[in-house]
Design a protein around this ligand. Structure first.
Ligand code: ADP
Ligand code: FRU
Length: 298
């Protein structure tokens, strides 16, 4: 079976999902329970899976637009200002009166570069009614997070009905009730190792074979941390790409978001799926060698 073709990129990438305030404490080593440690440095930055992926895509030269919910607090202002700095359009963002922007409290270990995230959110998710107000003209790719399944289902249906030729990708980061309902429609599924593990799999190839049997997507991808990533084109064999190791791994926060952006970028530029995953592994690996998500674009 021929590999799916996705090339479409003068057009805009629309990302639907969360934006967060990340309060990142760099610590010498991850503390034990009930410990008290001093942070070596602290940063307050924009985070969130889709927002992070869009920032990477914007740096790779794509026109990007974010839609999701925010509170009406200073954290929301910080996020909007940061996205504006990268040229990510935010005109469709929904600010919830009295709402608090989701916040992640993150310990980034200098010893291992691991990131431990405590995420707090108490904000309504974007719903299909709000998404119905977002124009789809000029959009060449839509990327969703696999959250809030009933509403996301309706949003995917709208894109597929109004723009049947526009590729849709879906991130599967966590197993959530009803998430199965999202597997029909997107052409590209981007799963995490945590999603595979929560689905009962310890082997990426077995996970992908199972996922491919449950979806209409033509490409299923799973990122596997320091072991790289694997992909399966419908009707083909699983392909594994070993991780790309930078000189020194210093920051793995958002590696999955960078990886997802790398896959979308490469597919949109017309690369074949396995090459796209290899490009994304390289991009994410390089980024693990730098603090934050500002790329060194050549
Ligand atoms: P998440 O941020 O969702 O936990 P992963 O840890 O799976 O995502 O990382 C996503 C991608 O980033 C991996 O597929 C891999 O290509 C790259 N990556 C992650 N950790 C490392 C690492 N320690 N060294 C090199 N590459 C890494
Ligand atoms: C990293 C990240 C953080 C955010 C958290 C949300 O992948 O997007 O920026 O706080 O995940 O789950």
């Amino acid at each position: 079976m021929p590999a799916p073709a996705f090339g479409a990129i003068a057009a805009q990438v629309l990302g639907v999902g969360i934006a967060t305030l990340d309060i990142i404490n760099e610590v010498a080593a991850y503390p034990g329970e009930d410990a008290e440690v001093r942070a070596l440095a602290q940063r307050r930055v924009r985070g969130g899976n889709v927002a992070n992926s869009l920032v990477v895509l914007a740096q790779l030269g794509h026109r990007c637009r974010w839609v999701g919910t925010l509170g009406d607090d200073p954290a929301a202002d910080l996020i909007l200002a940061d996205l504006a700095c990268y040229g990510v359009a935010t005109g469709d963002a929904v600010r919830i009166a009295g709402g608090a922007t989701p916040t992640s409290y993150i310990a980034l270990s200098r010893a291992t570069a691991s990131r431990t995230i405590v995420h707090f959110r108490d904000l309504p998710e974007l719903d299909a009614a709000a998404f119905a107000g977002c124009a789809l003209e000029g959009v060449g790719w839509v990327h969703f997070e696999g959250r809030h399944p009933p509403e996301t289902r309706r949003m995917i249906d709208r894109v597929r009905a109004e723009c049947p030729t526009v590729p849709v990708s879906l991130e599967l980061e966590k197993v959530r009730p009803g998430i199965e309902a999202l597997l029909d429609g997107p052409q590209v599924l981007l799963a995490s190792r945590a999603f595979a593990a929560a689905s009962g799999f310890t082997d990426p190839a077995a996970f992908l074979a199972d996922l491919a049997a449950r979806t209409s997507a033509s490409l299923c991808v799973v990122a596997w941390g320091e072991q790289g990533a694997s992909c399966l084109v419908r009707g083909g064999a699983v392909q594994q790409v070993p991780a790309h190791r930078p000189a020194r791994v210093v920051d793995t926060l958002g590696a999955g978001d960078v990886f997802n952006a790398g896959v979308i970028d490469a597919l949109a530029r017309g690369l074949a799926p396995a090459e796209a995953v290899a490009a994304a592994v390289r991009l994410a690996g390089e980024q693990c060698g730098r603090i934050g998500l500002t790329l060194e674009v050549e």
